[in-house]
Design a protein around this ligand. Structure first.
Ligand SMILES: NC(=O)C1=CN([C@@H]2O[C@H](COP(=O)(O)OP(=O)(O)OC[C@H]3O[C@@H](n4cnc5c(N)ncnc54)[C@H](O)[C@@H]3O)[C@@H](O)[C@H]2O)C=CC1
Ligand SMILES: C[N+](C)(C)CCCC(=O)O
Ligand code: NA
Length: 419
């Protein structure tokens, strides 16, 4: 059973191995999307704090206790972090649900994934040692030649709110495994668990400056990190427009970037399916898991015409039974979307689809039984054509649009009809 009264820790920025008040002393409220209540606040970093964190990161790389470590030594830190995450799993999962609105079941699964990811990169860090200096045979006695694998330097990691700790860890764990010094800027909409990662790093004695965690707003904290001349690489997950800004900033310094942006993935159901129920279950999982806030969500159902009506009946039956409630309720299947902004955005997509002539087969509104919280019913939209916004744009909410096909060629063409 979830303990709703888990206290929200009041943290500062985690820089150079210690908690540090932001230079400008600003803080951002934490909102629980299930209740719309302010449940705490997080520090808001600005360019001044980014400078301090970059300085701490560069020092870490120059110091033996981080800069000269072997992969095997770094693997020990990664495994210690993984163990702490599992030890604190129940509190971390509850905090993740309170902050982001994801169901407790999903948050707990995320924490297992987080620990698994640290373990995975611990293995890779260990494997790195034997490959660090690989001789190249030039058939010459005059030269000795090697391929050296070395850390890139200071990396800036800017992450989203849909899997707050997990998406951060997909970047933090490989950066630390490689021996980089990392500066993480989580999403201002859900930062609690990333700050708790700071506490874990402190507890296990991660060398100072190997990881700093700067919570704050995108343009104020993420922007200066992306354009900082002493940050050697940026890795970003989030929206297309922000990804484009980051790439533009990085291009000025010819700085490498990795971008993981949006999606509009298809799920294709053919009429030779054995079991319609299983296809229905996975279709619903693909779009309603994490309330549809997944870049790989299957937001377009493409179903063969001959079974379309039977399949939609099945989907409807299941969709009506999805329990929408406070994400901390044990049997909750669909929580709220993350924020007021995301709630407005999702409802706008639905109303635009309606005005473009699509049919809202199910849902489309806030559930009647929930007066507070950013809840949207699981929504299924039919009579969709390929020029409609709902077919083309990522909603990032519990909204499925449906098209039918006759032939396999047509199905493939529809599936690939996405930018
Ligand atoms: N690919 C994915 O996993 C995700 C995709 N999205 C998409 O993005 C949409 C909007 O969500 P947002 O939270 O507004 O995403 P966003 O792209 O604005 O935010 C992602 C991260 O970038 C930071 N950021 C924002 N502006 C920045 C800037 N100018 N410079 C540096 N960093 C900046 C944010 O603070 C956050 O940490 C969603 O509706 C969804 O369509 C959102 C989250 C995750
Ligand atoms: C964690 N996982 C695999 C469900 C989601 C990964 C990121 C995304 O697709 O938004
Ligand atoms: Na929040």
């Amino acid at each position: 059973m979830a303990n709703r009264n888990v206290p929200i820790p009041r943290r500062q920025l985690y820089i150079g191995g210690e908690w540090r008040e932001p230079v400008k002393k600003n803080r951002i409220p934490i909102i629980n999307p299930a209740t719309e209540e302010i449940i705490g606040d997080i520090p808001a970093a600005t360019a001044e704090d980014v400078d301090i964190a970059v300085e701490a990161a560069r020092k870490a790389i120059a110091r033996d206790d981080w800069g000269s470590t072997t992969g095997a030594q770094r693997a020990k830190y990664l495994r210690a972090i993984a163990a702490k995450v599992l030890e604190k799993k129940s509190v971390l999962a509850t905090l993740e649900s309170l902050d982001s609105g994801k169901t407790l079941f999903e948050s707990a699964a995320d924490m297992d994934d987080v620990a698994g990811c640290f373990e995975y990169y611990a293995d890779l860090a260990e494997a790195l040692d034997s490959r660090r200096k690989t001789p190249v045979n030039l058939n010459s006695d005059s030269f000795k030649t090697y391929v050296l694998r070395e850390p890139l330097g200071v990396v800036g990691l800017i992450t989203p709110w849909n899997y707050p700790l997990l998406m951060a860890i997909w970047k933090v764990a490989p950066a630390l495994a490689a021996g980089c010094a990392a500066i993480l800027k989580p999403s201002e909409l859900a930062s609690i668990t990333c700050l708790e990662l700071g506490e874990i790093c402190r507890e296990i004695g991660l060398p100072s400056g190997a990881l700093s965690i700067l919570t704050g707003l995108g343009p104020e904290a993420g922007g200066p990190l992306a354009s900082h001349p002493h940050v050697d690489k940026i890795s970003f997950t989030g929206s297309g427009p922000t990804g484009s800004k980051i790439m533009t900033a990085a291009a000025q310094l010819v700085k490498p970037v990795s971008l993981e942006l949006g999606g509009k993935s298809p799920i294709v159901v053919f009429d030779d399916i054995d079991n319609l129920d299983i296809a229905a279950e996975w279709t619903l999982f693909g779009i309603f898991a994490n309330t549809g806030q997944v870049c790989s969500a299957t937001s377009r159902l493409i179903v063969q015409e001959s079974i379309a009506s039977a399949f939609l009946d099945r989907l409807l039956k299941w969709t009506k039974n999805i329990k929408i409630s406070d994400p901390l309720d044990e049997d909750c299947k669909l929580g709220p979307v993350v924020s007021a902004g995301q709630y407005e955005k999702v409802l706008k997509f639905i109303s635009n689809a309606k005005s473009e002539g699509a049919t809202i087969l199910y849902g489309g509104e806030r559930p009647q039984h929930l007066k507070k919280g950013y809840y949207v019913q699981p929504t299924i939209i039919t009579d969709v054509n390929t020029s409609m916004e709902i077919w083309k744009e990522e909603v990032f909410g519990p909204v499925l649009c449906v098209k039918t096909f006759k032939t396999e060629e047509e199905a493939i063409e529809l599936a690939n009809d996405t930018k």
